[in-house]
Design a protein around this ligand. Sequence first.
Ligand code: PRT
Ligand code: ZN
Length: 225
Amino acid sequence: MSDNNRLRIAVQKSGRLSDDSIALLKAIGIKLQIRDRLLIAHSTNQPIDLLLVRDDDIPGLVMDGVVDLGFIGENELEEKMLERQAANKASGYKALRRLDYGGCRLSIAVPNEFDYQGVQSLVGKKVATTYPFLLERFFKQNNVSAQAVMLTGSVEVAPRAGVADAICDLVSTGATLEANGLQEEEVIFRSKAVFIQRSEALPAAKQALIDTLLPRIDGVIQAKE
Ligand code: PRT
Ligand code: ZN
């Protein structure tokens, strides 16, 4: 069993947020020994353990109080919060710091030949996405009656495959959209990585440790500016 006195931090195991999150922890003085394939990594100089998981799992681990802290993209966090609210599951968390990496936007894009005249052009259309709750919230806020079609991957090929009329996906440089003959039309959410804590109060010693980490994170971010 795990030692309950050690701070548990969920970090993406492998992906766009992994290296920056682990580099940040190292930069604030946490020594880590990370071995491939292992779910847990222990710090050798602090009472801290990392849980290395898929990013999709991180909001739920924090909201269920399985871990104390997590590094996650705001897009994934907000989507999971809406999903859990709809299912009446715990969806609370505390955002501790917005970070300087993982920047992207969640955008609606249409095929180049689509005659887009604003959001009303989406009425009656199918929009493929991995973020159905964020997309449906956008539809509702804009009084658009359209259908979100859930795809966990290859969203950008959905229009060509005849599965959807448009897509709603993460964009950073825009190269993927361009390569797939898609035009970005609406930015529905802007995201960066965030450092979050479970909403339930922690034992004093754990909270005291977190309170020493935050100024060091601020220092690292400021030094890069
Ligand atoms: O395996 P696991 O589930 O952990 O990873 P994942 O494949 O779900 O996530 P990953 O590692 O791809 O992304 C993790 C997080 O990084 C996202 O949730 C965002 O918060 C952030 N992020 C930042 C991005 C991007 N930029 C990004 N460009 N996530 C994905 N993309 C993809 C996008 O989906 C599209 O396919 O990159 C492509 C677009 O990039 P451009 O540069 O061509 O516009
Ligand atoms: Zn994921």
